[in-house]
Design a protein. Structure first.
Length: 291
């Protein structure tokens, strides 16, 4: 698959002379277990940044499902900026992940950080996540091109939209066109928030690629108190869903504590998101909705 979006200059695209900008591919829906991303509905994916323990993962899975999340997130291997911080439970997490999924009926999306992890992950995940730091990892993208599972490709924190789309094509040329794009904020000159959510990119890729598009407000802003507002922006802007971090007790979270929503925060987020979706006439994806 070649995406002919042709953003040649990266900046100041002149819409009056660039006829390629009228190219409007229809979103190709991507089936992920019991739901379909890109079918016109809005899907909420939620869970902890890292899977920390059986209890933490189970409690979070139960809560987010009860509030309306349709897929469960949770990191097994974490790519951390510092080598001295928690790197994820790794192998140990597989001792209880299946139990949590079976008990709650949730399907898992987790980050793959190395092509060698496919063998063990394939049996546990419904969808692979490629993290921001790995968007340019072409060996990983090629490996996922051979997979039959859908892939959520996060935008590199310093990647042009054009590079992001081309990274998606790496997966597609291998034979796997089940790609979902996730905007998670980019690095700009601004430092008061963790990143800067680029809603412009979301509008662009939604119109100029066939991929479903979701937003990650947690990593975009990095501050719990503002995560819900960015989630409402995601609901208002007309994308296919969002992915958000939730923790039973953020004060003891082993990664991304500052941005984790409490259970109560998540409940409020879901209630208000439903109101925004009602205003924009976009249905919330429900488990069983597309079955
Ligand atoms: C994550 O989802 O926990 C994560 C590490 O995200 P990103 O790759 O966007 O930094
Ligand atoms: Mn995180």
């Amino acid at each position: 698959m070649k995406i002919s979006h042709e953003n040649k200059s990266h900046t100041n695209v002149d819409t009056s002379t660039n006829s390629n900008l009228s190219y409007q591919p229809k979103t190709q829906p991507v089936r992920v277990g019991p739901i379909t991303l890109g079918d016109g509905s809005f899907s909420v994916i939620a869970g902890p940044c890292s899977i920390e323990s059986h209890e933490q993962f189970l409690q979070t899975a139960r809560w987010v499902k009860q509030q309306g999340a349709v897929l469960l997130r949770g990191g097994v291997w974490k790519l951390r900026t510092s080598a001295h911080t928690f790197q994820g439970l790794g192998q140990e997490a597989f001792g209880f992940i299946k139990e949590v999924l079976n008990e709650t009926g949730m399907k898992l999306i987790t980050e793959i950080t190395d092509p060698r992890q496919i063998e063990i992950l394939d049996d546990h995940v419904e969808m692979y996540q490629v993290g921001s730091r790995n968007m340019h990892n072409y060996a990983l993208l090629k490996e996922l091109g051979q997979s039959r599972k859908p892939v959520m490709l996060k935008r590199g924190f310093a990647a042009y939209v054009d590079e992001w789309i081309k990274a998606a094509e790496y997966i597609c040329v291998g034979g796997n066109s089940q790609v979902v794009l996730c905007e998670r904020g980019i690095r700009t000159f601004e430092t008061v928030t963790r990143n800067t959510l680029d809603l412009n990119s979301v509008l662009y890729v939604k119109q100029h690629t066939p991929f479903p598009v979701i937003i990650d407000p947690s990593h975009a802003i990095g501050m719990r108190e503002f995560v819900p507002q960015l989630a409402y922006a995601a609901a208002a802007v007309g994308v296919d869903g969002l992915i958000v971090e939730v923790h039973p007790n953020p004060s003891v979270a082993l990664s991304d504590a500052r941005q984790a929503l409490t259970f109560n925060d998540f409940e409020i987020l879901m209630q208000k998101t439903k109101k925004i979706l009602a205003a924009t006439e976009q249905p919330l994806t429900k488990l069983g909705y597309t079955q």
